[in-house]
Design a protein around this ligand. Structure first.
Ligand SMILES: [Zn+2]
Length: 124
């Protein structure tokens, strides 16, 4: 699966996120359905950090059911960072029906992998 990372990285609204930029892709049958970025949102007037996974899943809606999610972290120097989804995102992934997650690892061009099995996420 070749993700259109370059194309989307230029659109990343990272200006208000100081630590790192994260990007998530919902993929079905080899096609990118939606892309999400980490960013600050203000749902009730208070700043809330929306994670890239949450943004991508919100846009995907029911199309996330049975899909694969790829999540990447880019550090300031452009190298990849650990992007294993947090506990909050695990819950969101379950509710959306995502079955498989690939996440970037620190400083290497490989992926970590999680699958949803027996009502829990298992790293494989
Ligand atoms: Zn998260």
């Amino acid at each position: 699966m070749k993700l259109p990372i370059k194309e989307h990285k230029s659109k990343h609204p990272a200006s208000d996120v100081k630590t790192a930029s994260l990007m998530a892709f919902v993929v079905r049958r080899g096609k990118v359905v939606t892309v999400g970025y980490n960013r600050r949102v203000f749902p009730n007037g208070e700043a809330f950090s929306q994670h890239a996974e949450e943004a991508a899943l919100k846009k995907a809606g029911s199309r996330a059911k049975g899909a694969t999610l790829y999540v990447l972290r880019f550090k300031k120097d452009g190298s990849r960072g650990m992007a294993r989804p947090c506990g909050r995102c695990h819950d969101t992934l379950n509710r959306a029906g995502i079955v498989r997650v690939f996440f970037s690892l620190d400083n290497v061009d490989r992926w970590g992998k999680l699958i949803w099995q027996n009502a829990q996420w298992i790293e494989v």
